[in-house]
Design a protein around this ligand. Sequence first.
Ligand SMILES: [Zn+2]
Length: 361
Amino acid sequence: MQIRKVGLQFILLTIASLTMSGQTGDLRLRDWQPKSQLVVKETRIIKPRYPVIDIHNHLKVLDKTEYYLEEMDKAGVWICVGLDGLSENDFFKEHLKASQQVAKERFLIFFSPDFSKIDEPDFGKKEARKLAEAVKMGCRGLQIYKALGLTLKDKSGKLIAVDDPRIDPIWAKCGELGIPVMIHSSDPKAFHNGPLDATNERYEELTQNPTWVYYGIGIPSKEEILDQRNRVIERNPNTTFIAAHVGGLAEDLGRVSMFLEKYPNLYIDIDARIGELGRQPYSARKFMIRYQDRILFGSDTAPNAESYRAHYRFLETDDEYFDPTPAHKFQGRWMIYGLNLPDEVLEKIYNKNALKLLNMF
Ligand SMILES: [Zn+2]
């Protein structure tokens, strides 16, 4: 009896202290899950206004290929690009085969070089030859992961820069073959600039993924990595580059505009960044209209109808203050606003620009 009484007292005390902490402002961040009281329009878009080409996806769980296609069909996605056609162990051959067996016209695979061989003599030439072979077999572009410039090291222990001359023959070969390069360089500013402290705008995301904190561990700055990438783009005017994630700098559309003005062979995609674009809707809308011929649709999220629909809501409607998480994953603690893009802009972003770069026009 006595024990029960103590237990009850304990529960009451806990509830009281929780209520108190709420009142005194001591609520823990992870316990704060506010529900918006706004009453605003909510639009549900099942299919996009124009057929979609998803230029940035990862489809390497090959036994899920049929499932991917079902989700694409549900969400009106016409073509999905799988970026993981790895040169390593000739995985690209397996990937091509699996995708082609399910739907040859609906899945396109990009080839990704094997940088673990960078120290071998003639690495660039050899890998460029392999790329040409892969393209003959059906690969449609080149993929560069963010590890280049960020974590990949050669045998001497030095980080491999994006503009390492040993890679040059590969960039040139892409120009010769007329295939685009998808290149992911650096991550959101919050991962690079400054420590993980109370001022970090992606504090919660980074505490859940501590290996994404690049500050203070000897990794070149975000600016340096973007400079390396831009030097490659500049040195290879005959090669088309798609700089992933809004050119790697979605937080600063003014700078991305400067990149686009400076390099006519540069395109960007929007994947995994509608959270960034949607929190600056006036700037983002102007930017997307202005560069409507240079922007491609991508999701960077394994095909999933609800993820695609969240993208459509963002691009097509003027809905206000909604959560971007279903489009990709939790990033920062903020809501987004729809861009309500004009039809001709939507059509270019959804498929026309990609058709051009993939030589399908
Ligand atoms: Zn990706």
